[in-house]
Design a protein around this ligand. Structure first.
Ligand code: NTF
Length: 824
């Protein structure tokens, strides 16, 4: 800290000073008096007040970042699913109780203000939320780091249901103001596209001149990323596209006003909206534009604003790791090569030598169809110089493969960065693997399958490149904030060290045998259910089944995740009750809660939503069930809803086909909040089960080798349909139109036909085992005391799933960066 820096203590942390600041904000920033202020005014004033308290620390962190020039983690991610910011910032700044007291004194209900906040939904699901947890942990662990991404004007669509069908509405999250960001138009960066290349005059051998034909400005918006009460405030920099004035003016001067406006819209479309896809690549030109847009701006920003002038880029590997969050930012690889060769005049080998030391790649999928591939026609049109560089990287790489495996042309073809069929295209995962110094999967099983299946040729050639870092979640947001009851109970028992050292939860183990502790744990669960019931009731008259079990399946709607298997279970129970096979009073009262968005173009997923809603409507309206079963499917599942739902859940559904879910992170959030998991041996479920113990986890279904073997031997779902009477009855009930007012067409036919004829993710093969596991769940739940013992053990044994641990693993295995304590 230099002498001019005001010491942090100068910002008093008292209720009075907070109130003063808040009223100042209300008057001078919002321009209203307290008695005329709307909730939105109050929310914005509160947010800005909190922001002020963090500002000193932020500036300090930025100064230190510049003077220390320490190794920095630059996390490049097309998605950051941040969730609401207010509470988290207050918590990090240690202002939560002061703010609450201050507002109380002014007669303001802080809860109401929380309700005003619109979360920035700048991500689809797990991948984007992981990035948000990681920047939280990086800051909390004192790691110098910057997150780089895109400031989408419209986040992930708002889901509504019309007649049970998903209808997407734009998510205009910026409409009421965005107090958490600071724009820096003066630091805007030009990003170029299109045109052609030609031989450079002078410059290094192999250097080319790129003559782009259009460009756009990337304007940075900075977000604070406060560590948990450690004085560090890192930066998340999100880029927004702005048409350049020169570009408009030229056309404007040519007298074509409409064309000028059109051109501006075209350029600004780049950051207009996030692609609502998850686990499937969306091969759209605009998406490639988005990727290059944010990556080019981020590299430029790092090289010119974070590094000092004239920094010798030979030292770059000591200064930065650019972590590639999936393949979305991989175009950074040829971009850095272009900068080093064409702009800095380096020769190819030297540039490649450095490039290979600064990128590391995280893969998040096991579905081959989810790996991004860009047709060379498109890539060449948009980024002609980058395509040339990719070709050259590939030429050298292919030579290397030939040298290592002489005569094995099939292998060469499999590994080539450039695929020839069905069209010539660049495989971004191959490029990332060739260029990255490390490649990691996101759970132990996933990393193993990456090395043995998806990227097997690469793992054979470079075994040391491959590693695992199991995902994690931030305990600040997903326990401390979202589950105040449980947080209080834990802190009372073991102190509050767990908030930044989640392994300490193991000290709760003995309390699993303490009847009073279990009772209090149950009490908290019940009050969390009451809170959930209140939120669901407001969201459209959704009811819970009394104080019964809350059974939750929340995640993107995807066939591999098998919401349809969950649906078959529900229908099977209902069919059993209707046909008299299952006595109603033997059924545990339970609410099946779904939360799921389907990609707008994913027809089967949308049909599944429609069917879930149809089944839900029927069951919820059937008085003969006496309210014992309910289906709750609140629309628009997001972080805000997750924070209310997860703490209330008893049972966590993690039922993907083994070998398909890379990790899952919802599974970790539920376990950490004391829900028991019913799940397959997939993704991080494997690690959860190992840690919490078989007796506290309901395992079912084929494991990955069994699933692969069944697939290989020829899978015939109709055989399962014909041979299992309960399965047949459930499917037939759906097919009969019992849930669709007699309608046997549409979603009903299509899902029935798909499951009985194709069933790519083998829901039918796992049905019986799933039902058996559900029977065990019912039996276990009947003994509430034993159930809560298992639940407490789930909490006590889930410390491993902190994203702090993930970040430590990244530091250790990949980044080799050192934490720097700002207060030291
Ligand atoms: C997702 N991947 C995986 O499907 C999840 O299993 C995993 O938990 C998260 O990433 C975070 O690692 C994707 O969304 C994508 F796009 F890679 F398919």
């Amino acid at each position: 800290m230099n002498e001019n820096t005001p010491p942090v203590a100068a910002r008093e942390h008292t209720v009075e000073s907070f109130t003063r600041e808040f009223l100042r904000e209300l008057n001078f920033s919002q321009g209203v008096d307290l008695d005329r202020a709307s909730d939105n005014d109050k929310y914005l004033a509160l947010a800005k007040t909190v922001r002020h308290y963090l500002m000193t620390r932020w500036l300090e962190t930025l100064r230190n970042q510049y003077t220390d020039q320490a190794k920095t983690v630059a996390y490049l991610s097309a998605e950051f699913l941040l969730g609401p910011q207010l509470e988290n910032s207050m918590l990090a700044a240690n202002l939560d109780s002061i703010a609450a007291e201050s507002l109380r004194g002014l007669g303001i209900d802080i809860e109401e203000l929380r309700g005003v906040e619109i979360e920035p939904g700048l991500g689809n699901g797990g991948l984007g939320r992981l990035a948000a947890c990681f920047i939280d942990s990086l800051a909390t662990l004192n790691v110098p780091s910057i997150g780089y991404g895109i400031r989408y004007e419209y986040g992930i669509f708002r889901q509504t249901f019309v007649d049970g069908k998903q209808v997407e509405k734009p998510d205009d999250w910026l409409r009421l103001g965005s107090p958490w960001e600071i724009a820096h138009p003066e630091n805007a960066v030009e990003v170029h596209f299109g045109g052609h290349t030609k031989k450079a005059h002078g410059g290094a051998e192999g250097a080319r001149a790129w003559l782009p034909d259009w460009h756009v400005m990337a304007v940075p918006y900075n977000y604070m990323v406060p560590g948990y009460r450690n004085g560090r405030v890192n930066t998340l920099r999100l880029w927004s596209a702005k048409a350049t004035r020169a570009f408009d003016l030229q056309i404007f001067n040519e007298g074509d006003y409409e064309e000028a406006v059109r051109a501006q819209t075209f350029a600004e479309n780049i950051s207009k909206v996030i692609y609502p896809e998850d686990s499937t690549p969306q091969g759209k030109e605009l998406r490639l534009q988005q990727q290059y847009f944010f990556v080019a701006a981020s590299l430029r920003d790092f090289l010119t604003n974070v590094l000092p002038p004239d920094y010798p880029l030979e030292n770059l590997p000591n200064r930065v790791t650019w972590q590639l969050n999936d393949t979305h930012p991989v175009i950074a690889v040829p971009e850095l090569m272009r900068i080093l060769i064409d702009e800095r005049g380096w020769d190819w080998d030297k540039a490649w030598g450095i490039t290979q030391q600064v990128f590391a790649y995280t893969c998040h999928t096991l579905l081959p169809e989810a790996l991004e591939v860009w047709p060379t026609d498109l890539l060449g049109k948009l980024l002609p110089r980058h395509l040339e560089i990719i070709y050259q990287i590939n030429d050298e790489f292919v030579d290397q493969v030939r040298a290592a495996y002489p005569g094995d042309e099939l292998r060469v073809r499999r590994m080539s960065i450039v695929a020839e069929h069905p069209v010539r295209a660049v495989r971004m995962a191959h490029l990332a693997t060739v260029a990255g110094f490390k490649v990691n999967g996101v759970a132990a099983l996933h990393s193993k399958l990456l090395a043995e299946k998806l990227l097997v040729d690469f793992a054979q050639m470079w075994p040391e490149k491959f590693t695992n870092v199991t995902n994690g979640i931030t305990p600040r947001r997903f326990v401390r904030l979202s589950n105040p009851g449980l947080s209080g109970l834990i802190t009372e028992a073991i102190g509050d060290g767990w908030i930044t050292d989640l392994d300490q939860l193991s000290r709760l183990e003995p309390l699993a045998d303490d009847a009073e502790f279990r009772r209090r744990f149950r009490e908290i669960k019940s009050s969390n259910k009451v809170r959930l019931a209140g939120v669901l009731a407001k969201r459209g008259d959704i009811e819970l089944a009394g104080d019964g079990m809350v059974d939750a399946m929340v995640k993107r709607l995807h066939e591999y995740k098998r919401q349809s298997l969950k649906l078959l279970h529900i229908v099977s129970v209902y069919e059993g009750i209707c046909s008299g096979r299952i006595p109603l009073d033997s059924v545990t009262p339970r609410t099946f809660v779904f939360g799921a968005k389907a990609a707008p173009g994913y027809v089967r997923a949308k049909e599944t939503i429609e069917l879930i809603n149809a089944v839900g409507r029927t069951i919820n309206a059937d008085a003969s069930l006496k309210g014992r079963l309910k289906v709750a499917f609140p629309a628009n599942y997001n972080v805000t809803l997750a924070e209310v739902l997860i703490p209330a859940a008893d049972l966590s559904e993690q039922i993907s086909l083994a070998g398909k879910e890379a990790s899952g992170t919802g599974n970790m959030k539920f376990a950490l909040n004391g829900a028991l998991t019913i799940g397959t041996d997939d993704g991080a479920n494997v690690e959860i089960r190992k840690l919490v113990g078989d007796e506290n986890f309901f395992l079912f279904g084929m494991d990955e080798p069994a699933a692969a073997a069944l697939q290989a031997s020829g899978y015939h779902p109709d055989e399962f349909y014909e041979s299992d009477a309960d399965l047949k009855a459930a499917l037939d009930m759906i097919a009969s139109g019992a849930f669709t007012g007699g309608d046997q067409g549409g979603a009903v036919t299509s899902i029935f036909a798909d499951l009985t004829e194709h069933d790519r993710f083998m829901a039918l093969a796992d049905f019986r085992s799933y039902l058996d596991a559900q029977a065990k769940v019912e039996a276990a739940y009947a003994d509430q005391d034993a159930w809560s013992r298992s639940a407490v053990l789930n909490v006590a044994r889930s410390g491993f799933f902190s994203s702090d641990r993930s970040i430590r693993d990244y530091l250790d295995r990949i980044w080799k960066a050192k934490p720097i304590d700002q207060n030291a």
